[in-house]
Design a protein around this ligand. Structure first.
Ligand code: NAD
Length: 473
């Protein structure tokens, strides 16, 4: 490991990553990797998670191809310095914001979207001109091995490396000094990462999880109801069997609508999964046991209204719906991260707002409603990484929206230009002219200098002049 880190650092210091051509060449190489090795990715995801190839393409390969193409198309613009206006006190001068790479960055990824969540931040880190070490999760070993094999083959292997291993490898990596650490994973390990980063004052982004609620208003139109139910299932079981950070964790619905909703969920699950053979498996025995224990307690088990069957050999848990499990049970206090879906009833749908506000800020809130007043209240009265009306998960695919958490769901936003910004330092560059020299800036402090300075700082004469000359609106 030491040798690899030294090599990456030295290669970064050569300045190679700074050019547009290196960055573009790496993004194009990544695109080639995704096209050439699609089948290998499908196989790795099938072995690690039992992910169907359609789901693997929908949630990982396809999204990555879209993101790389977006970065390739915008990179020149992102790298261009931004000219900004200057106040009178600095006139005449020029000021620019120049993005520069941070240096050597460390990316930790999780096991649920092991390819997507390793390569999506990589796109931003390359675009911003950094050297990169990726540490994939050991819990998805085929995907980690695939990344180690193919990244070194397709990308510049002196500047982009994959280091595999478990917590020990992670700890060793954290002992080193990095210029940025980007972490996707649990709050527990997030704390370890932050503590290690603090020693070197390394900036950190934490992409964590939490409990993402979906509010379902009693939609009046039958077609809309049907679509809402499909989209909820798409954002729960179809997304890695509920093992997704932005997957639906639980539903909030009015008491009177709950039975209708549950019937519709059951019918659609049966339609989507007649034999459950395309449903992803639970990642390992430990997580299987964790999920099983969430519904073992009789006070919770008694609330199961659909599903509940499981097979520990196949790591299979049936899509399971619970109606009003106790709110102090673990299933309602911890992130579920699996195929169990509590439906929580409220008297009025507006009560959902208080329900959410009294809990940690989620990574995502979903709300299915046509009520504009409710939408506006949710926008202004709740806080979450994202808020999506009438769909689930799709916000992740929008390059022009920042993706990340707030409060307990993490901090630091990426995707599209936000990724470029996350992995860049915005350097202020000022180019001053020798043309004018203002003596009011210096002693001796004559009586006129203070009032003069006041007028200079208080009033934007430069803008006024530019406006008078028609050069600024
Ligand atoms: P995790 O925290 O167990 O592992 C994440 C990474 O940290 C892995 O690469 C792992 O090898 C490494 N690691 C584990 N222990 C370590 C240690 N002691 N020192 C250094 N490194 C260590 O998380 P996970 O189980 O892989 O992922 C599940 C969690 O991730 C869930 O909470 C989920 O919500 C969250 N998540 C968030 C996002 C997001 O984009 N916000 C996406 C996916 C998952």
């Amino acid at each position: 490991m030491e040798g690899e880190l030294k090599e990456v650092r030295e290669a970064y210091e050569s300045g190679k990553t700074r050019s547009l051509s290196w960055r573009l060449s790496q993004l194009k190489a990544l695109l080639r990797l995704l096209y050439d090795k699609e089948d290998d990715i499908f196989k790795a995801l099938e072995q690690d998670l039992g992910k169907h190839r359609a789901e693997a393409y929908r949630d990982e390969v396809g999204l990555l191809i879209k993101s790389v193409n977006y970065a390739i198309g915008n990179l020149r613009k992102w790298m261009t310095p931004n000219k900004v206006s200057v106040p009178l006190v600095a006139f005449p001068s020029r000021a620019d914001i120049v993005p520069e790479p941070l240096g050597v960055v460390l990316i930790f990824s999780s096991w649920n979207f092991p390819i997507g969540l390793s390569l999506e931040p990589l796109i931003g880190a390359i675009s911003a001109g950094n050297a990169i070490i990726i540490k994939p999760s050991e819990l998805a070993p085929e995907s980690a091995e695939f990344l180690a094999r193919s990244v070194s083959k397709y990308l510049d292997d002196k500047l982009v490396k994959v280091i595999t291993g478990g917590p020990d490898a992670g700890q060793k990596l954290l002992d080193h000094k990095w210029d940025k650490i980007f972490f996707t994973g649990s709050p527990r390990v997030g704390r370890i990462v932050m503590a290690a980063a603090a020693k070197h004052l390394t900036p950190v982004s934490l992409e964590l999880g939490g409990k993402c609620p979906a509010i379902i208003d009693s939609l009046t139109n039958a077609r809309d109801r049907k679509i809402a139910v499909r989209r909820i299932i798409g954002g729960k079981w179809v997304a890695c069997s509920g093992q997704a950070c932005i997957g639906v964790d639980y539903i909030l619905v009015e008491e009177k609508f709950a039975p209708i909703l549950i019937d519709m969920l059951k019918a659609t699950i049966e339609k989507f999964y007649p034999a459950f053979d395309t449903l992803s498996k639970i990642i390992n025995k430990h997580h299987f046991q964790r999920l099983a224990s969430l519904i073992k307690d009789p006070s919770v088990a008694d609330t199961i209204v659909h599903g509940g069957s499981m097979d520990s050999d196949k790591l299979f848990i049936e899509p399971t719906i619970l109606l009003d499990p106790p709110l102090d049970a673990e299933i309602m206090t911890e992130e579920i991260f699996g195929p169990l879906l509590p439906v929580i009833t409220v008297k009025k749908i507006e009560d959902s707002i208080d329900f959410i506000r009294t809990r940690p800020k989620p990574l995502a809130i979903y709300a299915f409603t046509q009520d504009e007043k409710l939408k506006n209240r949710l926008v202004s009265e709740t806080s979450s990484g994202s808020l999506t009306f009438n769909d689930t998960m799709l916000q992740f695919a929008i390059d022009t929206l920042p993706f990340g958490g707030v409060g307990a769901s993490g901090f630091g936003q990426y995707h599209g230009k936000f990724s470029f910004d996350m992995f860049s330092h915005k350097k202020s560059v000022m180019r001053r002219s020798f043309l004018l020299e203002y003596s009011f800036r210096y002693p001796p402090w004559d009586g006129w200098k203070l009032p003069f300075m006041r007028s200079v700082f208080h009033f934007d004469y430069v803008s006024l002049l530019l406006r008078l000359l028609g050069l600024k609106r």
